[in-house]
Design a protein around this ligand. Sequence first.
Ligand code: HAM
Length: 460
Amino acid sequence: MSEKQEKKKLRTEEPATTPPLPKPSKDAPRLLRGFKDLLPQDARWWYWAEDIARRVAREGGYERIDPPHLEDVRLFIRAVGKETDIVEKELFSFVDQGGETVALRPEFTASIARAYLEHGFVNQPQPVRLSTIGSLFRYERPQAGRFREHHQWGIEVMGDQHPVLDAEVIMLGVRFFKLLGITVSVEINSLGCATCRPQYREALVTFYRSRKKQLCENCQRRLAKNPLRALDCKEPSCQPLKEGAPQIVDWLCEICKNHFIKVLEYCDAGGVPYVLSTHLVRGLDYYTKTVFEFYTTRQGDTNETTSETRIALGGGGRYDDLIALFGGRPTPAVGFGIGLERVIGELKIRNATPPPPDRIDVFVAQLGDAGRERALVLIEEMRQQNIAVRASLSKDGLKTQLELANRHGATYTLIIGQKEVLDETIIIREMEGGMQEIVPYDRVIGELQKKLGRKGGGMP
Ligand code: HAM
């Protein structure tokens, strides 16, 4: 069929406009509240952030770990803490068919600490450096920036208490943001340890007890068991009290104080843009010593005012007692989690440009079923030779396929019609100038490699 005939056929085959989408019926299953589909149009941003995360982890010697999505609920209750929002209100937990109470993971650290113990990581050279990316589940109240399924890049260094590791981990996070072009500042604090924190707790309870009525209901209830939560509370009524509350840095024991000073010195040496945040406590109970959060600032302009919103893109800290809490020998550890939805939200708001999609070397256009069969074989052979190839094998029209080749940015299009199949040839079309040449079928890959400036060889 000639190109002219093809064009005519195409016009009759393809409607000019796409028909409107049918409306889903009222009882059609819908996306759950707080959940999102990650759609193809956003894929470039996700690939970008995930690729940078993996690269930063790999360069730092962090190995991949992927704990399961479902765990024994007691893992999170013990690790994260009974009196935390994550456990009290946000766990997706249920009794499974075998009668076990299980929970969808709300975070990675507890699972990775369990895995460290269960798989004898302690017998490997310490520290063990681990990295993971995946989705987490928290039954959050739906609000901006909070989803019931979100994704994190998590980093953990286990089996070494040296303060330089706290700085290493923080610098890794800063590097990730820098490579994506997001400016962050790091808020940092120390939460002390089992030796010094009880005294601080007492001081905090004494402070809040005389002001109990000014606290929100939740904080009043938690005051006896977990007074530190009041420092992390987002309720407006709890904010003014925080200012006058005792600061934990004044209560640190010698060991924790020295550790914190060293972390700050290493952060200074590494050029980390940090600020001390004396009331930073984080929402999980396992932390000891260093805690930190990565913040970025977003400018919002109304007609008359410029406002600034601070967004927590990630956070972490040291958790030296967690593995012992699970029955292991004392194993100091430090890590962070960075929220990828928030990172991607920032990239989009800043109009950052993700790297262009991978370039396509060759598009294969086929005409007729014999051409289609040949195309199937040829595509496989080209991929073996590391030629980046695309096709749209269900299509018939040449015009449509050439348009697709253009859209993919292919350098060459191979055209295989009935005639070419019979003649054992193939047409190579150079997309930029439209020049076409006919080559014998068995020489096409060699020709392409020459044109693309590649050596032959293919996959090992
Ligand atoms: P996290 O502060 O609970 O820490 O979460 C880390 C980050 O995940 C947050 O700063 C935020 O960017 C993002 N994030 C958390 N919840 C949501 C949500 N519902 N929707 C969207 N983004 C969210 C942890 O999870 C600790 N396990 C981090 C860690 C690792 N600490 C030591 N090692």
